[in-house]
Design a protein around this ligand. Structure first.
Ligand code: ADP
Length: 193
């Protein structure tokens, strides 16, 4: 199994690169951000609870996303068509990373590596503001972006240390064309399994 975590701040390009990686390595894909937006669009109780936090640039409670991911892992377990899972936007806290290790352990697998996209903060803000013109994401505005970046530095960045300690952390330069960046990702992923 090739289980990858794609990591980086908001606007780093995780979603774009994920689409390419999923195809190349025949992976199942889970984006907790997409899953939460689907709940919000369907106006479920979970979606409404999430929306209040997401619009403030805050993370949703750990258990909310752990439950979402658990369901995907269980569903994938019985599928023979995929060769692993790509996690995008999860884990975003150390507690989530610990929970993910336990969930995978139950299925007899583990994270192969975390690939991190390194992009300077000024570029991140520019990219999200450009995306804001075409996306209907209520959290893509200047005020919320600053809060999301703060949450990232405070709660999410320490997750890198968790994978560094396990020898599973790989960082690539997130500046350049989409193809240049995916080539960099592919060369580190090929080394980690
Ligand atoms: P981005 O990477 O651009 O911030 P995402 O689509 O990954 O966008 O996430 C959007 C929002 O959804 C986050 O700002 C956060 O509020 C919430 N969210 C997504 N994944 C998680 C998670 N694993 N833990 C907590 N909150 C999450």
């Amino acid at each position: 199994m090739l289980n990858i975590v794609i990591f980086g701040p908001p606007g780093a390009g995780k979603g774009t690169q994920s689409q390419l990686l999923v195809e190349k390595y025949k992976l199942a894909y889970i984006s907790t951000g997409d899953a939460l937006r689907a709940e919000m669009a369907a106006k479920t109780a979970l979606g409404l609870e999430a929306k209040a936090l997401i619009d403030q640039g805050q993370l949703v409670p750990d258990q909310m996303v752990i439950d979402i991911v658990q369901n995907v892992i269980i569903a994938r377990q019985s599928s023979k068509e995929v060769e692993g899972i790509l996690f995008d936007g999860f884990p975003r806290t150390v507690l989530q990373a610990q929970a993910l290790d336990r969930m995978l352990e139950h299925t007899g697998s583990a994270i192969s590596c975390m690939v991190s996209l390194d992009v300077p903060e000024k570029e991140l803000i520019e990219r999200i503001l450009i995306r804001a013109k075409t996306s209907d994401r209520s959290d893509d505005n200047e005020e919320t972006i600053t809060k999301r970046l703060n949450e990232y530095l405070l709660k999410t960045k320490p997750v890198a240390e968790y994978y560094i300690a396990q020898g599973k952390f790989r960082e690539v330069n997130g500046l350049g064309s989409i193809e240049e960046i995916s080539d960099r990702l592919i060369s580190v992923i090929d080394e980690c399994h």
